[in-house]
Design a protein around this ligand. Structure first.
Ligand SMILES: O=P(O)(O)OC[C@H]1O[C@@H](O)[C@H](O)[C@@H](O)[C@@H]1O
Length: 291
């Protein structure tokens, strides 16, 4: 039997229902405003499309087996981004492979839906995360809220590691980073300045020091990517040698643009304080073509 695709799951859904996919428990929503799929593993948003449109996010059809992380959608990197400082623990933290529960689904919000999630078991002895996903026919928003319930100030790094679907990554352009300083992870974190707007020519792994909204233009669609609570924007594409969980024919079908708090801007949380990291995505009208 071949694995069910998101298209199969959505076409069998009117309104909302739970479904199993690749060993994960999903919430599948197909409403008049659009489509949404969330995995309880990782509180992982896997798919969003406004009604009648191509999905805004890319997710691999061939993920690693559970308990591996799913590549695609918007993985949560928390409570650290990239490698842990003490070398103890997995790349990108604990949240993306943990089990989360859906605490509430509110369908009365601005003609769309609002979903609240929290981890099934504590992921940290002092920090508690929760995620809010909000979607309607015009926009998609994610809020990762961290509450400090302990006694001493703590450092947090994190990211909303969004995989955007693009027609061909080599034709995609990211506007809004010109002049920004960045750390080049592919060159031992060398510091550089972004010269002009960003296009993708090959492998790319950069941490930009920027809090500005960005525009992703793949020649067919323009998405505005705004954020809150973040001074780092990570841009990543593996180039020609894609990881094993990316089918060959899809290796140029995504670009990661990640609102983050990294080594450039870690969050120091005082006891009792909260931090909000948010991602707001909306479509922009196509650029007028010259007459
Ligand atoms: O394969 P993973 O663990 O999901 O990470 C993918 C990439 O995620 C990016 O955020 C990092 O900057 C890259 O260095 C990393 O390779």
């Amino acid at each position: 039997m071949t694995a069910e695709t998101f298209a199969d799951l959505l076409s069998a859904t009117r309104g909302r229902r739970d479904a199993d996919w690749q060993g994960r428990s999903l919430l599948v929503i197909n409403e008049s405003w659009g489509e949404l799929i969330v995995s309880r593993q990782g509180a992982h948003l896997l798919h969003y499309a406004p009604a009648g449109e191509r999905g805004w996010l890319w997710t691999t059809p061939t993920p690693k087996a559970v308990p591996g992380a799913i590549r695609g959608g918007v993985p949560l990197c928390w409570p650290w981004f990239a490698e842990p400082e003490d070398g103890q623990g997995p790349m990108h933290g604990l949240a993306r492979t943990a089990d989360w529960r859906i605490d509430a689904i509110d369908e009365e919000i601005e003609g769309g839906v609002e979903i609240h999630l929290s981890p099934e078991k504590p992921l940290h002895d002092q920090l508690a995360p929760r995620l809010v996903i909000r979607a309607n026919a015009r926009r998609l928003e994610l809020e990762l809220i961290t509450e400090h319930r302990g006694e001493t100030p703590l450092k947090l790094t994190q990211a909303l590691h969004a995989y955007f679907a693009v027609a061909d990554v080599h034709r995609a352009r990211v506007e809004g980073l010109a002049g920004a300083r960045y750390l080049d992870k592919l060159d031992d974190f060398a510091e550089r300045d972004q010269n002009g707007e960003l296009g993708v020519r090959g492998a790319l792994d950069r941490i930009y020091h920027s809090s500005r909204p960005l525009l992703l233009d793949d020649g067919q669609r323009r998405l505005r990517i705004a954020k809150q609570g973040s001074d780092s924007s990570v841009v990543w594409h593996p180039g020609d040698s894609a990881p094993g969980d990316v089918p060959d024919e899809q290796r140029y079908a995504f670009l990661c643009i990640e609102p983050a708090c990294t080594r450039l801007d870690p969050v120091w949380l005082a006891p009792g304080a909260q931090h909000l990291l948010a991602l707001h995505i909306s479509a922009e009208p196509a650029e007028p073509t010259a007459p």
